[in-house]
Design a protein around this ligand. Structure first.
Ligand code: KG4
Ligand code: ZN
Length: 420
């Protein structure tokens, strides 16, 4: 980070925090080699997040700068704008996290940084900052896959043993995977077009929900969830269920979003809704849209469970579904998945909503997991300097054709199952 002032650089390195840390009763295991401390950096999309987490899953310091309000004004993420905001804020975010932890860069064991997948311009800032910290602190660097980090976050606060099924639902991704180990993932299904968060965000924008004060500061998914909670008749509108004839675990949300667009236009015309106006029955519309998203996600997840059961890939007495990613914050979708878990004999695990969203904590924790397993820890300064980022990166080994080949029948989820 050539742009860092000498003052900021020395602030990152200085500090008298270690004694304070001991006074607070944390870090007791420091120095005995059993409890590593990793600083994690996340900049793959529109959040600048940095945190320091230790091997016991304690969050020693955590800071986040969200770009949401800026992107809401532009109506979407503009990559060069995201890059500039990451560049502008990353040093302060890092200082805040270190200050809260009462630590300096030299006190952590390694730096973990998201290098894939994500927006190239955003990833670049985090990657370069990670390289910079690794250099000034003479620390190993751990490159992190953003989706692997989402998948493993649950293990920070709850006992979740390998192997388990993970469902990752966010603004950029939608995937089901079998997680056999820290760096051993098998992709069972992914979206053929949009991610669910993208469909929710675009539909909320099309509904002009920002014009209503109660939704103005919310992301699309949270706005639709809130509106849906006020619905009087969630069955007033009906959306076609996507991909019912495909016996696999693929997802599709663009058809759903297009149906929503068409229905909104029709209602706007029918009710003379002009300019910034919002359709009548907004709450019922949101509830029906959310219901269709939940049914689709639930249906594909249920087939993934059937696939794993059939092939005995999870221990029968210990089957777990972990769900994470921003859309996992949605309580209606979470409850729907819980219903399916009960039916299929799975334990349902969702990290606290704050950890489902993008943050530095999940990256630091993935760093801890990799550090403990000693996988993918870069120690050679030349290798660290050459580290590339990748805007596209598959998650693990692709088993989507294996799942499709099994041709497992699975009936769709009925609305009444989710709205009993
Ligand atoms: O994981 P995340 O923070 O960033 C990505 O990697 O995409 O997820 C952001 C997405 C956004 O699309 C947002 O609309 C969605 O998560 N989201 C929600 C809720 N809160 C955030 N979707 C549905 N219900 C929510 N309560
Ligand atoms: Zn994410």
């Amino acid at each position: 980070m050539s742009g860092l002032s000498v003052m900021k650089r020395s602030r990152l390195l200085r500090g008298n925090c270690l004694s304070d840390l001991f006074k607070r009763g944390r870090g007791r295991q420091f120095g005995d080699g059993t409890c590593a401390r990793i600083l994690g950096i996340e900049t793959s999309c529109d959040d600048t997040g940095i945190a320091i987490v230790d091997g016991a899953g304690r969050i020693l310091g955590d800071a986040l700068h969200s770009q949401q309000s800026t992107h809401l004004q532009y109506g979407g993420i503009i990559p060069p704008v995201a890059r500039e905001l990451h560049r502008k804020n990353i040093t302060d975010v890092c200082e805040r996290a270190l200050r809260e932890a009462n630590l300096r860069v030299r006190d952590v064991d390694a730096i973990a940084v998201t290098v894939m997948p994500g927006l190239a311009l955003s990833l670049m800032i985090g990657r370069s900052f990670g390289q910079y910290l690794s250099k000034i602190g003479n620390k190993p660097l751990i490159p992190i896959h953003h989706m692997e980090a989402h998948a493993l976050t649950a293990r920070m606060s709850e006992k979740v043993d390998f192997p388990f099924l993970v469902l990752l639902i966010s603004g950029g991704h939608c995937m089901l995977a079998l997680v056999k180990d820290v760096a051993d993932f098998y992709l069972l299904g992914t979206s053929v077009d949009d991610a669910p968060g993208e469909a929710l965000d675009k539909t909320a924008r099309r509904l002009k929900m920002r014009n209503l004060p109660e939704y103005a500061d919310k992301n699309g998914g949270a706005a639709i969830e809130l509106a849906a909670s006020k619905a009087t008749d969630p069955f007033q509108f009906e959306f076609p269920a996507p991909m019912t004839h495909y016996r696999d675990c693929s997802f599709s949300f663009s058809g759903l979003k297009n149906s929503a667009d068409r229905m909104i236009l029709k209602m706007e015309r029918g009710h003379d809704v002009l300019g910034d106006g919002v359709i009548p029955d907004l709450e019922n519309f949101c509830a029906a849209f959310q219901l269709c998203v939940a049914k689709h996600i639930g249906h594909r997840t249920k087939r993934a469970m059937m696939f794993l059961d059939r092939r005995e890939l999870l221990p029968q007495d210990k089957k777990t579904l972990v769900v994470s990613g921003g859309v996992a914050c949605n309580n209606f979708i979470a409850r729907s998945l819980q219903t399916i878990c009960s039916e299929m004999g799975y334990r349902f695990v969702r990290p606290p909503p704050k950890f489902c969203m993008d943050n530095g904590i999940m990256i630091a924790w993935n760093g801890i997991e990799r550090w403990n397993a000693d996988v993918g820890v870069l120690r050679d300064p030349i290798e660290i300097e050459k580290l590339e980022f990748q805007s596209r990166a598959p998650l693990g080994i692709d088993w989507t054709d294996v799942v499709r080949g099994d041709d497992i029948p699975c009936r769709t989820i009925r609305s009444k199952e989710l709205y009993p």
